[in-house]
Every structure is written in structure tokens, then in C-alpha cells.
Design a protein around this ligand. Structure first.
Ligand code: 13P
Ligand code: ZN
Length: 321
């Protein structure tokens, strides 16, 4: 079978294009890798060449020795994958030590696998072991809202997990183990790969501060869905924070309004001694009338026209009735 006719390749291309349409892959941003099943390698073996040399991976993944992967090429644009998969993608084979790879198909115009190959492969190695081989997809995307959150929240696993869970109910169901977060590091090397793989022992989602996200999953649907859900929670997050703030603000303004109102209400009583000193000739009954008027003015009286009448005219009006 032709590589491009294989179901796993079709699924891979669809997922990559979905990511592009979500806006997560500006320029050559992001990369995707799939650990190919032995029977799928068999299906396409007629198209796998042997003419490319072995190259160092840049790290060591003995747990993946002899495995095949479908990967994006370094510098290739996700938006071009659907148009030109043979130019943008490669099938690579790892050697028996898990330290070298060679290209068996694709990248027909030259190039090499993604610069994040060490992270992809180290994540695959961790997940293959922990899930008894179930996880096969590692996806890296430059997810706008999640990146924005890393400029706002403390870069801490617990904080991010809580904030993302609270922003959408689906979160705790889709990523029950939470998310890991790595502070700024230079991408594309072994150091960041080691750090990410360490967190992948605990989580299926690892956020790279100010850069993007890595997700691991069993198949294309689950992995895309996972990354999509985390990103959706991050998108909702600012609105949730705004709502919380305005709820607190409303409560405070109610308390302040009641306080101001009470102050107005009792002002005539507090000012009585000063009035007595200033206008000793005014008889106390007139003061009483003045107090009633003052207090009455604090309350709106709804007339039958629906218009608010306040103060003296309304008082006189109601007394006449
Ligand atoms: P590559 O083009 O090498 O895959 O790099 C893109 C990227 O997102 C680096 O983190
Ligand atoms: Zn990236």
C-alpha cells in the first residue's frame, strides 16, 4: 500500500490540519509524532527506502529501539501538510540502541525531523512504558490562550491545574491527573526533553511557559481532544476571573451603599445638638418636623404614574391623602 493511502497517515494529516485551522501553528510552529504499529509498518513497507544515513537523535531512548515514527519535518509549515505531505512529513526508524534514526520515507525535498525530536521520543518512551504501549501520539502546539496564561499565573503545576479545572467542568474529566508546567527553557534540545519527559511520568499535558503545550494520548482523536480541552479552559479563564472580580465588587458596593444610606439616615439625630446650639430659639417640635422630612427624603416614594417622587412634595401629598 502507498504510504499516503494508509489509514494512520490519513488520520495524522487530518489532525495536523485541524490544529492548523485552530490557529495553533503559525509559520512552522508545533510538531506531531505517531508511533507506528508493526502491522502498519508492514502495510507500507513497499514504499520505505534504505538510502538515507543513520543520524544521531541527540538523546538516548533504548525503550524505543527498532520502532518507527511518522513525524513532522523541522521548519515545515502545518498549513502545507495537507497539500504536500511527502515534503513536510517523514517516517523514521530508530536503530537497535535507540540513539540513531534514519529517514525511510518523506521529506522528499530534503530536511530533517522536527527539532523537538528528543522531546517527542523521550515522551514516547515514558508513555509506552507507563501505558503498556497504548499511548502512540505526542502533539506539540503553540496554543494561544495557554501561552497567554503562562504570562499571568505562577508557573506551578498545582496552580495551573486548579485554574484550568475551574474554568470548565470538562477539565477534571479530560485531564484528571492535571497539567505539568515548565518555566522558560531553550526549546529544541535535550535539556527541555529530559524535563518534559520527567513531567510526562505524572501528566498527559505539559505546558512550556511562553511557548506552547505538549500532549500525549492513545490516538489522534484523544490527543487532539485533550489539547483542545486544555486550550478551551485557558480561553475561558479570563472571563471567569472577570466574573469573580465583578461578583466581589458588587458585594462590596452593596455594603458601602448600605453604610452610606445609614449615615444619611441618622445624620439629623447626630446634628441635633449642633442645631440647638446654633438656633436655640427654634422649638423642638419644628426640629422633629425637620427630622421626619430628612428621613423621608432618604426613601423614594413610587407614585401611581410610576415616576419616583421624593422628599417634601411627596410627604405633603401623602399627608393630605
Ligand atoms: P520545528 O519546525 O523544528 O518542528 O520547530 C517548531 C517548534 O514549534 C519548536 O518548538
Ligand atoms: Zn514549539
Amino acid at each position: 500500500m502507498k504510504v499516503l493511502d494508509a489509514e494512520f497517515v490519513q488520520g495524522y494529516i487530518r489532525m495536523a490540519n485541524d490544529g492548523w485551522e485552530q490557529g495553533w501553528h503559525e509559520r512552522n510552529g508545533g510538531n506531531l509524532s505517531y508511533r507506528i504499529k508493526p502491522e502498519e509498518v508492514d502495510e507500507v513497507k513497499e514504499e520505505l527506502g534504505f538510502d538515507k544515513p543513520w543520524q544521531p537523535i541527540g538523546t538516548s531512548v533504548p525503550g524505543l529501539a527498532g520502532e518507527y515514527f511518522l513525524v513532522t519535518g523541522s521548519g515545515k509549515y502545518f498549513r502545507n501538510i495537507i497539500v504536500d505531505p511527502e515534503v513536510c512529513l517523514a517516517i523514521i526508524e530508530l536503530d537497535e540502541t535507540g540513539t540513531n534514526y534514519r529517514i525511510r520515507w518523506g521529506l522528499v525535498e530534503g530536511g530533517r525531523p522536527t527539532s523537538e525530536l528528543p522531546t517527542h521520543l523521550m515522551n514516547h518512551e515514558v508513555k509506552k512504558k507507563l501505558t503498556n504501549g497504548k499511548h502512540r501520539v505526542i502533539y506539540h502546539a503553540h496554543t494561544t490562550n495557554t501561552i497567554a496564561l503562562t504570562f499571568v499565573l505562577p508557573l506551578d503545576d498545582k496552580v495551573f491545574t486548579r485554574e484550568l479545572w475551574e474554568s470548565a467542568t470538562g477539565g477534571a474529566v479530560v485531564f484528571p491527573d492535571g497539567v505539568g508546567v515548565i518555566g522558560w527553557m531553550v526549546p529544541g534540545g535535550r535539556d527541555i526533553a529530559v524535563k518534559t519527559a520527567e513531567l510526562m511520568k505524572k501528566y498527559d499535558v505539559v505546558i512550556w511557559a511562553h511557548h506552547g503545550m505538549f500532549c500525549s494520548g492513545e490516538d489522534f482523536d484523544l490527543t487532539f481532544g485533550l489539547l483542545h480541552t486544555v486550550e478551551k479552559s485557558a480561553e475561558i479563564h479570563p472571563a471567569v476571573v472577570k466574573q469573580k472580580h465583578s461578583a466581589v465588587h458588587t458585594q462590596y458596593s452593596h455594603i458601602i451603599a448600605v453604610f452610606v444610606h445609614c449615615r444619611k439616615l441618622f445624620r439629623p439625630f447626630f446634628s441635633y445638638p449642633f442645631f440647638r446650639v446654633r438656633f436655640p430659639d427654634i422649638p423642638p417640635l419644628q426640629f422633629l418636623f425637620y427630622f421626619v422630612l430628612q428621613i423621608h427624603q432618604q426613601f423614594p416614594v413610587v407614585g401611581n404614574t410610576g415616576i419616583y417622587h421624593r422628599g417634601f412634595p411627596a410627604t405633603v401629598f401623602s399627608l393630605l391623602q
